[in-house]
Design a protein around this ligand. Structure first.
Ligand code: C2O
Length: 516
C-alpha cells in the first residue's frame, strides 16, 4: 500500500498576492463573455483559493530520473524492452496491458471499455492530462520490467544529433525480437526509406521557439495563442484549435513519425512505443517553459486545478488525479528529467523574472474567405482579397496593439499524409521558401481524429509581426494577401531520395482573419 507521508498545503491568500515587491497592487479584471480579461499572476479577486497539493508518492521513495534515450545503458535498454514485451503479452482486457493502456488515449473499438478514449487535445488539459497518463503508464511499465529503477526515457528530437528515430526503436526491425519496433510508421518518403530506415525529422519541424515565446499558459476559448491551449469549461476529448506547443512540434512530429500508421492517428498513436518517449519530451518541455521565468501554470483556474481524470495503476486499480496533484513532478510524482535545473535555480529565475499577467481577448472574426483549397505536392497559393473595410480593420488592429490571426479552416484528410506544410504570407514569386524569412508564418500539421470530427481541423497563426515586417520590407499589398503552402517531409537517409507522389493530401474550406 502506498503511504501518503508528504502533503503540500499551499494557501494563497488575497492579501499576500496583492502585495508585490513594488508595493503596488496589481489590476484585475474579471473574465466576461466577449470581453478582454487578464490572467492574474496570483489569484482571482473575490475569494481566496486554497490549493491543497497532495503528494501521491511517499517521501522516502526515490526520485526517478527520466533520461535522454541516447544515454541509456544496455541494462536500461533491456529493461525498457522487457517492460514493453511483458505489457504486450498481457490480455487486452487487463488494465495494465499494452493495448488497454493505448486505448485510454484513443481507439476506434466499440464498445469502449472503462477509461478508454480520454486523451485531451486542443485545450489547456493537453499538458496536464498527458502528464498523468505517462505517470501511471511509467509505473505499470516499471513493474512489468522487473527493474525497480526504471524511468521513462525521453526523445529529444530538437537536438540536431537526434533527428532520426532512436536506433533501439528501429533496430532490429523485427517485432519478435525487438518490442520497441513497429512497422506501422511513416514511409512517406515514397519508397522504403522512411522513419524506420533512419530518415530524419527536418530541423524546423522540431522547433518549439514559437510556443516558448508565449508567456500565457492558456488562451481564451476559441484561441490557440498560448503555450498550453484554450480554456474550456470541462474535459473535451478533441477540440481545436490546438495550443502552440501542441501544434508544433507535437502534432507535426506525430505526422512525420507515424504517417498513415499509428503515430499519425490519435486513435492508435499510443500503440507505438515511441509515443511515450515523444510525450516524455513534451512533458519535459513544459518544465523547461516554466524555467524561463515570467510564466506560470493556471494555478487560479479552478477547473484546470480540480477537474479529475482517472487512470489505472500498476495493480490495475482505478486512480484519479487533478491538475493540482501534478504541478511539481518531484514532490508530487517522484520524478524529474536529467536536465532539470536544481530547485534553487528555478526559484532564482522566478524571483528575477516573476510571472506577469497576460491579457488575452476572445478572437473576433474579421473576414472569412469561403474557398476550397487543396494541399498537394506542389506549392499552392490562395489569394485573400482585402476590402477597404478589412484593410482598415487590419490597420487599426495593429495600431491598437492587438493580435491578428490567420486561420486555415476545416482541414480534412483521409489519412495522415505524413508531411507538413510551411505557410507563407506574400511570398514573392520565384523566391525560395525559407522558414527563417519574414514571409513564413508557421507550419501546418495533421493530428486530429478525422473519423469523428464534426468539423475538420483548424490551424491558426499569429500574423501580427509578419504583417508589420512585410509593410516595412515593401512586401505588403493593400489589395490582397497571398497565402502559400509548401509541403515538407522527412529527410531521407544518406544517398536516398525522397519520392513523393503527386496528388492531394488534404483540403480546407477557406481562410479566415480574426483579431484578438
Ligand atoms: Cu494525446 Cu501526442 O497525443
Amino acid at each position: 500500500m502506498r503511504t501518503l507521508v508528504l502533503s503540500l498545503v499551499v494557501v494563497f491568500s488575497l492579501t499576500e498576492l496583492m502585495q508585490d515587491t513594488s508595493g503596488s497592487p496589481r489590476r484585475y479584471r474579471r473574465c466576461q463573455e466577449g470581453q478582454s480579461y487578464t490572467v492574474p499572476r496570483g489569484i482571482e479577486p473575490g475569494s481566496p483559493i486554497q490549493v491543497v497539493a497532495k503528494a501521491v508518492t511517499s517521501a522516502n521513495q526515490q526520485t526517478y530520473v527520466r533520461k535522454d534515450v541516447s544515454v541509456l545503458s544496455q541494462a536500461e535498454i533491456d529493461a525498457l524492452r522487457k517492460g514493453v514485451e511483458v505489457m504486450k503479452a498481457r490480455d487486452a482486457k487487463d488494465k495494465t496491458s499494452w493495448l488497454y493502456q493505448a486505448n485510454i488515449h484513443g481507439t476506434t473499438d466499440d464498445p469502449l471499455l472503462e477509461g478508454w478514449a480520454q486523451c485531451q487535445h486542443g485545450s489547456y488539459f493537453f499538458f496536464s492530462w498527458h502528464r498523468m497518463y505517462l505517470y501511471y503508464f511509467e509505473r505499470i511499465l516499471r513493474k512489468a520490467s522487473g527493474d525497480p529503477n526504471l524511468a521513462l526515457p525521453y526523445w529529444n528530437w530538437s537536438l540536431p544529433s537526434q533527428r532520426a528515430l532512436p536506433a533501439i526503436f528501429r533496430m532490429p526491425a523485427d517485432p519478435d525480437t525487438n518490442s520497441l519496433f513497429v512497422a506501422e510508421r511513416n514511409q512517406s518518403t515514397g519508397n522504403q526509406d522512411g522513419i524506420n530506415d533512419g530518415a530524419e525529422l527536418p530541423g524546423p519541424a522540431t522547433s518549439y521557439a514559437a510556443a516558448f515565446a508565449r508567456t500565457n499558459f492558456f488562451s481564451s476559448p476559441g484561441s490557440g495563442l498560448s503555450f498550453g491551449g484554450q480554456q474550456i469549461p470541462g474535459p473535451e476529448h478533441q477540440i481545436r484549435p490546438h495550443g502552440k506547443l501542441e501544434s508544433q512540434p507535437h502534432d507535426i512530429l506525430h505526422g512525420l513519425i507515424g504517417g498513415d500508421g499509428w503515430m499519425g492517428d490519435p486513435d492508435f498513436a499510443a500503440r507505438d512505443p515511441i509515443f511515450w518517449l515523444h510525450h516524455a519530451n513534451i512533458d519535459r518541455l513544459w518544465k523547461r517553459w516554466l524555467d524561463q521565468g515570467g510564466r506560470q501554470n493556471p494555478l487560479t483556474d479552478k477547473v484546470w486545478m480540480t477537474t479529475k481524470f482517472s487512470f489505472f495503476d500498476e495493480d490495475g486499480n482505478k486512480v484519479e488525479l487533478a491538475g493540482k496533484d501534478i504541478l511539481d513532478t518531484v514532490a508530487q510524482l517522484g520524478y524529474r528529467y536529467d536536465d532539470d535545473p536544481p530547485p534553487n535555480i528555478v526559484a532564482l529565475i522566478g524571483h528575477q523574472n516573476p510571472a506577469r499577467e497576460v491579457a488575452v481577448n476572445k478572437p473576433k472574426i474579421l473576414f472569412r474567405l469561403e474557398k476550397k483549397g487543396e494541399l498537394g505536392l506542389q506549392q499552392s497559393t490562395v489569394p485573400v482579397p482585402l476590402s477597404k473595410e478589412l484593410l482598415t480593420n487590419v490597420r487599426s488592429a495593429i495600431s491598437e496593439k492587438k493580435t491578428l490571426i490567420l486561420a486555415v479552416d476545416d482541414i480534412r484528410f483521409e489519412k495522415n499524409p505524413g508531411v507538413y506544410y510551411e505557410v507563407y504570407l506574400n511570398l514573392p514569386e520565384k523566391t525560395e521558401p525559407d522558414p527563417h524569412s519574414i514571409f513564413h508564418i508557421g507550419n501546418l500539421g495533421f493530428f486530429s481524429r478525422k473519423a469523428h470530427a464534426p468539423k475538420g481541423h483548424k490551424v491558426a497563426f499569429d500574423i501580427t509581426q509578419a504583417v508589420q515586417a512585410l509593410q516595412k520590407a515593401n512586401a505588403w499589398n493593400d489589395k490582397e494577401l497571398k497565402v502559400s503552402f509548401v509541403m515538407r517531409g522527412l529527410i531521407p537517409p544518406k544517398g536516398k531520395r525522397a519520392l513523393h507522389k503527386e496528388g492531394k493530401r488534404a483540403e480546407f474550406s477557406g481562410i479566415s482573419l480574426s483579431v484578438q
